[in-house]
Design a protein. Structure first.
Lengths: 434, 507
């Protein structure tokens, strides 16, 4: 019996060595879990994808509500991940409020299928850093098919292709023996040694980066895959989360963080997704706030300077968004309705005409672009391309046409000049890399 | 359910734990239920076939035994008729599922000679897994009862478990009733030693299958599937590797079966005994797939007259039995040729040995200067090594027919083998381009070396598992942990590999 016990211990020690040598971790998730297990008290949890840790500043919330707030946010967290993470948290803390963020990409279409291959990859990031518990085991066994159990239970198995890849191993060993890694530090600096991005405790990702104008071209591929529908297993887990909170007497609120217009407008029908969530929220009598539908007069955030990229606010945006978020979350849900439009379509028409950027798709050798603006036919666009070699050519003169195509391997700068139809005054000009 | 699948990794511990938690009296019922579940994972409907065969042989054995008792009173003799009917029923089932299409194709060719149109009633149903194995096992039992060597089992459920015992159900070893049935009736008490040995056997079996056989499969499939692009020594390389692939595949399966069974307190026959150390094809067949060879010996070769009716009849019997053995393996001429070739080797060897001994006799009689006390050359190391290598080469040639599945393909592969002498492929890295890179090829050859060391110890009569278990605790731990870690890290499984079914599952 002692021999069996010793053999099991030695075996797990060997597995730990393999994990150290081969497993490439998601540094953010690792640091987040480490910080979470060190946190003594959490009253309010903001649960969701990376949008939560970028967009919500828990320190502002602490000041505003006098409670302990924590962003439990993991990139592309699927609904089953959110359910088991929540269970983990309720075992450790006496939670008062759960604010569940519902970013549309991990909740819809193929991406949103919690049993899909891509969901499994993201869920592995969660289980790799969770402490051993029955809840973790349940999560592991429920999140994958039987043929993936070994990959789920023993992370190094997923990286077996690197067994003899010495550059990979040495790079990983170097990373894992670095001071930052061992001390759970996440910090990026600019050329002058000034910090631009770092982990600020409580699950907050402080980011000073600004989405450059020339990156306003957004690859649409994932958004098309989502197609607006919430898969039944994701909906099932959403319902489980709601019912679990009710059972534990925890207040739950559903919400969606603001994302930049180029991304929302590239979806097939964002409103369809909004309506599905709203129906579920109504069924359970829960408040649901979609900040993408928020009127600009109350939250004027849709400016490039507030975003780090098309999906995430930077810290300037977060400092603007968090107080308003709390005002809404702590307010009366009936009265809160004045802040929001009924649909996204209605919201963009309320805003002044504006051109936000581009989204594109690859089609054989071509890149097919669509100009993103908040008007269907009322704005005209002139598009000029300047190749890297300096050759300038006009793609189209002022026209309401939003679509054009360029060679996939061609690179340069696109200038989009917009004006209202039939007018000569320029509405805006964007310079976007392609 | 494959032994190297996650399903089995869940299935077996559950069976094991429940088995030791329930009362001894009902354990065989639990094992029967588990065995049926195991079988139904492939195709639930084929369980009816298994139950049908079980019932047929159960009733036949009971009738034969009753007839034996009646005969003692001097009454009617009908056991032979029962036996014949039982054999015909079971062989018809086997023939229908396994050989219908094969014989129909040849029947149509025969009709074509007389300008008669073909019979278009092809039977495209998946071959029930393990049918060839459990039918032979059940038939062996009926023969034993007929010969009065064992009593017919009265408890139908125990008998059903004998036919369907999951570790050996789909690819053997083909057990004799006097070994398995008696153990199933009263399984031995499990000890830590048996538990450890069982686990060690399972791990070693997985090592053979996942680290060696399935990695070789990548190379062999690449070469044989596109043999026109890989002429000369590529074929030789693949042929040699296939010898190890089929061995590690089948031996791996049998070892896992033995280990699983041992953990349930039941000892299965060891199906292999270091076959590639054999010094003749005859010896090879005493060491390879032992349960099948002994089945054919006891129930076919000996009843045909064996070696009791003269040399010519003996050689004829040998060729016939090996031809049938080939056909048993697969419904294709290439399998028959494979079996026949193995028989032919032995016939040639017998004839040669007879001539040799006659020549020696003559030499002794006529040439007084030939000393009778001269040391016997066949015992020298070099001569033994040469014979072992020659046997390996001869067996490897036969495996080409086995691997090819089609006679035409086998002949084309052999033709390709002699098309060019491209010896440089062994030095210019070409062998690493066959789907298995340099490092993994080295892993493969290390695996083969370990296999051959273990086999050598076995050849010398040592039980390696027992040897390991006799060592100190830390050595044992090291062996277990190393085997698990090697299988997990270097085994071919998961989505980065195309996991291979066990080759013998198709038979």
């Amino acid at each position: 019996m002692i021999t069996v016990g010793a053999a099991v211990l030695v075996l797990f020690a060997v597995f730990r060595v393999f994990d150290f040598l081969y497993v490439k971790e998601d540094n953010w998730t690792r640091i987040l879990w480490h910080n979470y297990y060190k946190t003594e008290n959490i009253d309010n949890v903001f649960l969701g994808s990376s949008h939560v840790h970028c967009d919500i500043d828990p320190f502002i919330l602490d000041e505003m509500n006098g409670m302990d707030n924590f962003n439990m946010s993991i990139p592309f967290m699927r609904m089953n991940g959110a359910y088991y993470v929540l269970k983990e948290m309720t075992a450790d803390h006496d939670l008062k409020n759960v604010y569940l963020e519902l970013y549309y990409i991990p909740s819809t279409g193929e991406q949103g299928d919690v049993m899909s291959e891509i969901s499994l990859q993201w869920n592995w990031y969660i289980t790799d850093h969770m402490r051993p518990s029955l809840n973790k085991l349940q999560f592991m066994l429920s999140m994958s098919r039987r043929d993936k159990y070994l990959d789920t239970l023993f992370p190094f198995i997923r990286y077996r292709e690197h067994i003899f890849d010495t550059p990979y191993i040495s790079e990983l060993v170097q990373l894992k023996t670095s001071d930052d890694y061992r001390n759970y530090r996440l910090r990026y600096e600019n050329g002058n040694g000034e910090p631009t991005l770092w982990y600020r405790d409580k699950g907050y990702h402080y980011n000073l980066g600004v989405m450059p104008e020339y990156t306003l071209a957004y690859l649409q591929e994932i958004d098309l895959q989502t197609q607006g529908d919430i898969p039944s297993n994701t909906e099932g887990y959403l319902r489980k989360i709601i019912e679990y909170c009710k059972e534990k007497n925890i207040h739950i609120t559903l919400f969606i963080n603001p994302i930049y217009e180029t991304q929302i407008l590239s979806t097939i029908e964002y409103d369809a997704y909004h309506r599905q969530i709203l129906a579920i929220a109504d069924e359970y009598g829960l408040p649901f706030y979609d900040f993408n539908l928020c009127k600009s007069e109350y939250l004027d955030i849709m400016h490039r300077e507030n975003f780090a990229d098309a999906g995430h606010l930077n810290s300037v945006g977060a400092e603007m968004f968090t107080p308003f978020l709390w005002e809404v979350l702590s307010g009366d849900s009936e009265l809160n309705q004045k802040y929001f439009c009924q649909s996204y379509e209605e919201k963009i028409l309320l805003d002044a005409p504006e051109t936000y950027g581009l989204y594109y798709l690859y089609n054989d050798d071509m890149r097919e672009y669509t100009i993103v603006s908040n008007r269907e036919t009322e704005i005209e666009y002139k598009v000029i391309a300047v190749t890297e070699e300096g050759e300038e050519r006009m793609i189209q003169d002022f026209s309401v046409n939003k679509g054009f195509a360029l060679q996939k391997d061609e690179q340069g700068m696109l200038t989009i000049i917009s004006r209202m139809k039939g007018q000569t005054e320029q509405l805006g000009m964007l310079e976007i890399k392609y | 359910m494959l032994f190297n699948s996650t399903d089995y990794l869940i299935f077996f511990p559950v069976v094991f734990l429940v088995y030791y938690m329930i009362p001894k009296k009902v354990r065989y019922i639990w094992l029967l239920a588990a065995s049926y579940c195991f079988y139904m994972r492939w195709n639930p409907w084929y369980i009816l076939l298994l139950i049908g065969c079980t019932m047929t042989t159960y009733i036949a054995a009971r009738l034969i035994e009753r007839d034996h008792k009646v005969q003692e009173d001097g009454s009617v003799h009908c056991s032979r008729a029962v036996l014949i009917v039982c054999v015909l029923v079971l062989l018809s089932v086997l023939g229908y599922f396994k050989y219908y299409d094969f014989f129909l194709a040849y029947f149509n060719k025969f009709l074509a000679v007389f300008h008669i149109g073909p019979v278009n009633r092809r039977f495209s149903v998946l071959l029930p897994v393990g049918i060839s194995f459990y039918i032979l096992q059940a038939l062996g039992y009926v023969f034993d009862v007929y010969r009065g060597e064992v009593y017919a089992e009265k408890n139908f459920l125990k008998y059903a478990l004998f036919v369907s015992f999951f570790p050996q159900l789909v690819a053997g070893p083909i057990e004799r009733s006097r070994n398995l049935l008696t153990q199933l009736a009263k399984p031995a008490k499990i000890t830590w030693h048996d538990f450890g040995k069982g686990l060690l056997l399972i791990l070693y079996g997985l090592f053979c299958k996942m680290v060696i056989a399935d990695r070789i499969a990548i190379i062999v499939n690449r070469v044989y599937d596109d043999y026109t692009s890989y002429p000369g020594l590529y074929i030789a390389y693949a042929a040699v590797l296939f010898s190890f692939q089929i061995y590690c595949d089948f031996y791996g399966y049998s070892t896992i079966a033995r280990g699983s069974s041992l953990m349930l307190g039941i000892k299965l026959t060891d199906n292999f005994n270091a076959p590639y150390y054999s010094r003749s094809v005859k010896e090879f067949w005493r060491r390879w797939h032992i349960s099948l060879s002994s089945w054919f010996r006891d129930y076919l070769y000996i009843p045909l007259g064996g070696n009791r009716k003269g040399e010519l009849r003996k050689e004829g019997n040998l060729l016939f039995v090996f031809g049938v053995s080939g056909l048993w393996h697969g419904a294709s001429i290439s399998f028959v040729v494979w079996g026949f070739l193995n028989g032919l080797y032995q016939v040639i060897s017998d004839v040669f040995m007879r001539w040799k001994s006659r020549f020696k006799q003559i030499l002794n009689e006529r040439c007084s200067w030939v000393s009778a006390n001269e040391p016997h050359q066949s015992t020298t190391f070099s001569r033994q090594l040469l014979r072992t290598i020659m046997t390996f080469i001869l067996i490897t040639i036969t495996w080409i027919f086995f691997a090819a599945n089609q006679m035409k393909t086998a002949l084309k592969i052999i033709k390709q083998l002699f098309s060019v002498f491209n010896w440089e492929i062994f030095f210019d890295g070409s062998l690493y381009t066959l789907g298995v890179g340099r490092e993994y090829t080295h892993v493969l050859f290390c695996g083969i070396v370990i296999l051959m060391i273990v086999d050598y110890l076995k050849y010398k009569g040592k039980d390696v598992a027992e040897l390991v278990l006799r060592q100190g605790e830390w050595f044992k731990i090291l062996c277990f942990v190393t085997l698990i870690a090697v299988c997990m890290l270097l085994g071919c499984y998961g989505e980065i590999y195309d996991t291979q079914q066990f080759i013998y599952f198709q038979f």
